[in-house]
Design a protein around this ligand. Structure first.
Ligand SMILES: [Zn+2]
Length: 310
């Protein structure tokens, strides 16, 4: 009898430790998503990241070394709205993981897919979905990670996904989510105060990745150096843009880190506007490995360029 009790006790201890040692293998497409996923998942998740952060989000290359990670993954966390089109669907196809299959529209289909864009108020949504004529924003503008407010949406989506896949630890994910939301919300209150001098300031950007940044800061973007998303600048387009900038008294040129400084610098000389360099993914700059640090860095860059550094 006594030995039976000991056996039962030891079995329950083994069972408990096995359950708590269960780890969700997570692959995040972008560094700032990996950061939020690690904050929500805590000790229950192991996270790998696909993009390096210094690349153009529309041109991240498929590295075959990433296939085994996706093959073994329990979850893939991604920005969605087809922004990972150059690497995620292709890697999912080769990885042959039944929990997360390539999908032409949503990029990923299956229980392991955690699409962070669920519930995002999508801007520039077209009436028809098409990749014709080189369209690289076919599902609407996908660069919502540049609005700090959408960090809250991303965190909620990740917590819901982890809880669905690992219900044993749902209470922990809820607790971690609460802590993270409180931290980010406090930052957002601070950043709103910082951003006040940007309201109504006219600007241009290299790529059309700023509408969510505009929504948060009140910046007014009047054009892009690219002819349209993914189509490189041409001399005639830039000449017209310079005229427009002079007419509209545009004070700010936003250069995303992945684009060379030459053309924005030339436009600054022509117009007197100042250049701010921002990152469109975490880790674009040293010390911007988290969503919060990335958001803060970008805001400081914008404010610094217009002489209103916080
Ligand atoms: Zn884009």
């Amino acid at each position: 009898m006594r030995s039976n009790i000991i056996l039962a006790l030891s079995l329950s201890i083994v069972g408990a430790s096995a359950a708590s040692a269960l780890t969700l293998n997570v692959v995040a497409t972008l560094p700032e998503l990996a950061d939020i996923a690690s904050r929500i998942g805590g000790e229950h998740v192991k996270i790998d990241t696909l993009a390096r952060g210094t690349e153009d989000i529309h041109q991240v290359v498929m590295r075959p070394s990433l296939v085994p990670k996706l093959n073994k993954a329990d979850a893939v966390v991604y920005l969605g709205l087809t922004v990972e089109h150059t690497f995620l669907p292709g890697l999912l196809n080769v990885a042959a993981n039944p929990e997360m299959r390539e999908d032409a529209v949503k990029q990923c289909a299956g229980p392991g897919c955690i699409d962070c864009s669920e519930g995002v108020k999508v801007l520039e949504k077209p009436s028809t979905l098409s990749r014709s004529e080189g369209e690289i924003h076919p599902s609407g503008n996908p660069h919502y990670n540049l609005d700090p407010e959408e960090g809250l949406t991303i965190a909620r989506n990740i917590a819901a996904g982890f809880s669905r896949l690992d219900s044993d630890h749902a209470a922990d994910y809820r607790k971690n989510l609460k802590v993270y939301l409180a931290e980010l919300e406090a930052k957002i209150v601070l950043w709103r105060k910082w951003a006040a001098p940007l309201k109504g300031v006219k600007a241009v950007s290299y790529h059309q990745d700023v509408p969510y940044l505009a929504r948060f800061t009140g910046l007014e973007f009047v054009g892009t150096l690219e002819v349209k998303p993914g189509v490189a600048p041409t001399p005639s387009h830039l000449e017209k843009l310079v005229e427009r900038m002079k007419q509209d008294k545009v004070a700010l040129i936003v250069r995303e880190k992945q684009f060379a400084p030459k053309l924005p610098g030339w436009m600054a000389e022509k117009t007197g506007a100042k250049v701010a360099v921002i990152g469109t993914m975490g880790k674009a700059f040293p010390g911007t490995d988290t969503f919060i640090k990335m958001s803060e860095h970008n805001l400081q860059a914008l404010l610094g360029a217009v002489g209103k550094a916080p």
